[in-house]
Design a protein. Structure first.
Length: 109
């Protein structure tokens, strides 16, 4: 279960990416899909994923525990609950319909 999603757009000179960000509106089902398809990382996996100037954030419940999440259009999800932080990245080919920039690590499997 996720809360309503808030979108955050940053300024960029890339008009194509800006347009993609404006049109990217992941809903609760999309957030859940990305979470389920993504894998955990021990630290922020920024060097493994492309970054976009758009993020969505909100709240979700995982195993009965409330978490704040932020999902970047490049497929990185950061979750926080109290002093815990989890990092996830979506490199599964099934993530493709849910994110804007695919990582080079997507194998198509």
């Amino acid at each position: 279960m996720t809360s309503p999603v808030e979108k955050i757009l940053q300024e960029t000179t890339d008009n194509t990416l800006s347009a993609a960000c404006r049109n990217w509106n992941p809903d609760s089902n999309t957030i859940q899909a990305v979470f389920m398809l993504s894998r955990a990382y021990p630290e922020e996996p920024y060097s493994l994923f492309y970054q976009t100037p758009c993020d969505v954030s909100g709240k979700m419940t995982i195993d009965g525990q409330p978490w704040q999440f932020s999902l970047n259009g490049g497929g990185i999800m950061t979750l926080t609950s109290g002093n815990q932080t989890l990092y996830r990245g979506c490199s599964d080919a099934q993530c493709a319909p849910h994110i804007l920039l695919l990582t080079d690590a997507m194998s198509g499997k």
